[in-house]
Design a protein around this ligand. Structure first.
Ligand SMILES: N=CN[C@@H](CCC(=O)O)C(=O)O
Ligand SMILES: [Zn+2]
Length: 393
């Protein structure tokens, strides 16, 4: 097994507050550091002068190194274009989830190879911006065949795949309450059976403020069916207005409730006393001209936070975690350290993973380098491509 030392690290963010060479902060910063990797794992982390002999060396020439970004919320399996919808929102048109059916139509019409190529391009775009691990949801098939196909293709790129058949009620089921009910039954029955083999997670767009998405009761049915089929739970909640999503996520011990744009004091208290992570998606508020969630309020209450891209064709067609960090710092009350922690260790926690989002012996060698001396440059240099995932041969 050959060992490679990474040297020339001006500042190492470990997310290991207990490292003896670290500064003791949640980011566990070590100046002038080295990391030794072997066989895809981290072997050693410390100060450069304590480095012992390795087979290879890679000198970064004075750059910062951070744990890879973990993008714990994305919808990459889609075809078609909704840029006109984005333009309409910039002139005041509100987002209501109705455009999901437009992506559904284009996605159903695409071949497997076309979808695979689209996902490959988007995943590559993420890696080029420092994301090492990505979660990918279905949700633009909305029938058993196309949802299973989306997950099968997503699985070619990541183990973190999420069944989102309950994204919206598709047009062919919308006519009556019976139609909605039939769709929920399909999601919980044949669709779940077809999708479960390719999915780790199940998610639902719990949003009574949208005519297209699901009520608290419908969402609970979907999540309980998913759990019975062995899937772990995530929830889209509290995106368009107040609603039951956050409290439902806590009650069912979901790993994450995502969006959290509108939260009551009771929602915040429930999250603070739970192991459910609140995942904030700053690109969504940016791209829909919605109010930003109050990250400061959540942090002060003791809620665990993640930041993710939510890359999707409707509410945020950006795959950039550095962009999400810059917005979170500029507009959501997060410090640069809190935002970086949320986009790495916080997002790993939202996927219930402890082998990523941290630079510590034994963790996976998923590292990101910054063309900058310090992590502060992520928010300080918005729009500048300074982050890239480090790849080891
Ligand atoms: N809100 C639900 N789903 C996506 C948007 C999907 C779309 O509009 O295409 C989201 O996370 O924002
Ligand atoms: Zn989403």
């Amino acid at each position: 097994m050959s060992t490679t030392a990474i040297t020339g690290i001006s500042e190492l963010v470990t997310n290991d507050a207990t490292h003896p060479d670290g500064d003791g902060s949640p980011l566990g910063l070590i100046p002038d550091a080295s990391v030794v990797v072997a066989d895809g794992r981290i072997e050693w982390v410390g100060r450069r002068e304590e480095l012992t002999a390795t087979d290879d060396r890679r000198d970064l020439g004075g750059r910062a190194v951070i744990p890879c970004f973990v993008d714990s919320h994305s919808h990459l399996v889609f075809a078609g274009d909704r840029s006109a919808e984005f333009a309409a929102r910039m002139t005041g048109e509100p987002y209501d989830g109705g455009g999901i059916a437009v992506s559904m139509k284009a996605t159903r019409a695409a071949t497997d190879d076309e979808l695979r190529a689209l996902v490959a391009r988007r995943v590559e775009e993420m890696h080029a911006q420092g994301t090492g691990v990505v979660e990918i949801k279905s949700g633009y098939g909305l029938d058993a065949h196309n949802e299973a196909r989306a997950l099968r293709i997503a699985r070619e790129f990541t183990d973190e795949t999420t069944f989102l058949g309950a994204h919206v009620v598709p047009p062919e089921f919308r006519d009556s309450y019976t139609g909605r009910n039939d769709y929920v039954e399909l999601v919980c029955g044949d669709m779940l059976a077809a999708c479960a083999p390719y999915a780790r997670w199940i998610d639902v767009f719990c949003e009574p403020n949208s005519a297209f998405a699901f009520t608290g009761e419908e969402s609970e049915r979907v999540l309980r069916a998913g759990a019975a089929a062995g899937l772990e739970l995530r929830v889209h909640g509290n995106q368009l207005g107040h609603g039951p999503g956050a409290q439902l996520a806590v009650a069912l011990d979901a790993a994450s409730v995502d969006h959290c744009t509108y939260l009551s004091d009771d929602d915040v208290d429930a999250l603070a006393g739970s192991s459910t992570v609140a995942t904030l998606l700053p690109g969504v508020e940016f791209s829909t001209k919605s109010p930003y969630p109050d990250a400061r309020r959540l942090i002060d209450a003791g809620v665990s936070l993640a930041l993710a891209s939510d890359c999707n064709p409707g509410t945020c067609y950006s795959s950039s975690i550095p962009f999400a960090i810059a917005v979170a710092v500029r507009d959501m009350g997060m410090t640069p350290a809190e935002a970086l922690h949320a986009a790495t260790a916080g997002a790993a926690k939202s996927l219930r993973r402890n082998d990523i989002g941290v630079i510590r012996a034994g963790a996976r060698a998923e590292l990101t380098t910054l063309d900058a001396p310090s992590y502060l440059h992520l928010a300080y240099r918005p729009g500048v491509p300074i982050a890239s995932a480090l790849r080891f041969p």
